[in-house]
Write a protein that binds this ligand. Sequence first.
Ligand SMILES: [Ca+2]
Length: 202
Amino acid sequence: MLRRLLGLAMLCLMVLIGSATAGQAAGLHGHTTIDPRGDVSMSTGPDSPDRVAPRQANGDIVRTTFRHSENAVWMRMRFRELSRTWDSLVAMVRLRTNDGVYREVSVVALSPRMQGQIGWRGAIDVERRDSSPVNCGAARHISYRTNAILFRLPRACLSNPRWFRANAIFAAFRYGKNQNSLLDGGNNSARGLSGWTPRLHH
Ligand SMILES: [Ca+2]
């Protein structure tokens, strides 16, 4: 009897270990972070201290989602409000992979008052750690109607990783005599403005 019970216990244990291993191998494919409302940090100049502005809705991140699909890496950053009242908007995302590949992705939009062709539709840049560009078919979409910034990177931008981790911040700037800026992290944590996602597998 005892031997039969021990055998049954061993069988259950093996099934449990097997399912745990299978779950680990499959891994996460996506991750969403809910960021607090009213946590935007404002600055009115290079010498002025930052202060939290709870009523600042424009540029206040509320949710950031990353996905790792068969062919691409996706990010969607959602705001309480995203309006064209600044001189420039910048969403900055850092990614690192299981192979040690590191990329910085910037989605930038500029008021037409600023020089250049970028405008409010924006542009996307992918760079290596040494700031050299990576030309890999990255795309972005900024929606001032749904208050969201979306980007898509072909997995080739990251040398086709098994998994990546990412973090994201958003900043907006106004230049000139009444210059000011705002900053919000996509995932506030005890360790800083924007914590890293878990490993996201394709
Ligand atoms: Ca926020």
